[in-house]
Design a protein around this ligand. Sequence first.
Ligand code: NAD
Length: 371
Amino acid sequence: MRIAVARETEPGETRVALVPELVGRLTGAGYEVAVEPGAGRGALIDDQAYVAAGATVNENALHGAGLVLSVQPVGLEALRFCAPRAATVSFLFAGQRAGDVAARQAAGITTFAMEQVPRISRAQSMDALSSQSLVSGYRCAIVAAGRLREFFPLSMTAAGTVRPAQVLVLGAGVAGLQAIATCRRLGAVVKGYDVRAAAAEEIASLGATPIDLDLPTLDGAGGYAREMSEDRAALQRERLAPHIAAAHAVITTAAVPGRQAPVLVTAAMVAGMRPGSVVVDLAADSGGNVEGVTAGGVVNVPTADGLGSVQLWGGSNVPSQMPGPASRLYAQNVVNVVQLMTRDGRFDPDPADEIVTGMLVTHPSLTTEAP
Ligand code: NAD
C-alpha cells in the first residue's frame, strides 16, 4: 500500500508529517512511501533527502494512496485521487469544522485525528498535542527572553551584580511546564500558577515557586482543567495582579478543552506592569489569556505610569516557528500511530483498540447513502 506525505497548504504551516529519518520505519513495514515535492521545504528538508531515505517524490504522490499523512487536514479535492476507502492521519479539530467533517464522512474517507489520541500511558509515543506543546512552551520562553531587555540569570561581576529576571508562567500543562523549565535553565526566578491540584508539585519540581491563591482547584475529566465561573475568574485575576505587576515577563498557556481560552490577565493588569516588560500569550489563537492580544502579532501597550510600554506577543501556530524539531516529533507520533494500525503486514486498524476508536472521526461504514 502507498502512504502519501502531503505538502501543507495552510498559510504559515511550515511543518511536515514525515521526516526522512523515519521513512525506513514505513518502508521496512512493507509500505511504499510517496512524498509531494517541496513537502519538507518549510522545515528545511530537501526532496532529495526523502529519495535517499527510500521514498519517491512526485506531484502525483496522492494518486492511488491508501493512507495520507499531513499536519493540517488535506482538502477533500486533493483526496479524490486516493485509493477507494483511503484513510488520513492529521490534526483535524473536528469541533471547529463540522461541515468539513460531514463532507469527509459523505466521501467515504476514514479520518483519524491526531489531537484525539487518548492521553493514556500506552499512547504517549503518539501524543502529538504533547509533543507540539513541548515545542510551543520552549519557544514561548525563548521569545520572552529574547524580547526582554534584561538578563534572565543572576550575574555577579567585578562591576556589580545583575539581578535575575522575574518570570510568571500561568497555566502549567505540558507547554507551561516546558516554559518554566526553559526559563529556569536560563537562570530566571520563576513563579507558576495553574488551577489543577497536581500542578503545584510539578511547578516546584522544576525549581519554580507555585503560587497559592487560596482558591478551590478546578480539576476536570481526563486530567484537564474545568472552566472557571466568572466570579472565580474575577477573584483569580484580583489575586494574581500583584504577581503580574512584579514580573518582568509573563507567559500564559492556559486552556480548557473545547472552550475559548480563559482570560487571566486584563488590559489594566498589562498596563500596570513596569515599562519594558514582556507578555507572551500562547493561547492567542484560541481567543487569548490576555486582553488585547493579537494572534501572530505584537501589541505595545502603554504603561499606566506613562513611562513606556509593555510588549504583548500573541502566539499563532507556534510549533511552526520551530519546524525542524516540531516536524521530527510529530512524525515520530504519526509513525507510531501507523505502526499501531499495522497488523499482519497491512494497514488494518483494530476497531477494538481504544486508541484507534479515540482517533476515528469519519469512517465509510458510518456513511448514510444519499436518498
Ligand atoms: P491544556 O493545554 O488543556 O491546558 C494548559 C493548562 O492550562 C492546564 O494545565 C490547565 O490546568 C491550565 N488552566 C486551565 N484554566 C486555567 C486557569 N483559569 N488558570 C490557570 N491555568 C489554567 O493542558 P495540557 O498541557 O494538554 O495538559 C493537561 C493535563 O493532561 C496535564 O495534567 C498533563 O500533565 C496531562 N497530560 C497527560 C498525558 C498522559 O497521561 N499521556 C499526556 C499529556 C498531558
